[in-house]
Ligand binder design. Structure first.
Ligand SMILES: [Zn+2]
Length: 72
């Protein structure tokens, strides 16, 4: 299982902070964990604003399986 890393960034489309794959080469469009897609130019490197709930759940779920003993 490859380890997916995420970077929280704000989308200019819905002004929510989504989890985007980290270390991915910039393409014209980027896709968040929740499948929200946004043009790369509309993404802001900021944590400010409301976080996207589906993204939070997906990332939290992956963390829970990655960290031994974190979740029983
Ligand atoms: Zn999202």
């Amino acid at each position: 299982m490859s380890e997916q890393r995420w970077r929280w960034q704000r989308s200019g489309y819905d002004d929510r902070v989504h989890a985007f794959p980290a270390g991915e080469r910039p393409a014209s469009f980027v896709e968040a964990a929740c499948a929200h897609t946004v043009p790369y130019a509309k993404v802001t490197r900021s944590h400010e604003g409301a976080r996207c709930l589906p993204c939070l759940l997906i990332v939290a779920d992956q963390l829970a399986t990655r960290v031994p003993g974190a979740v029983d």
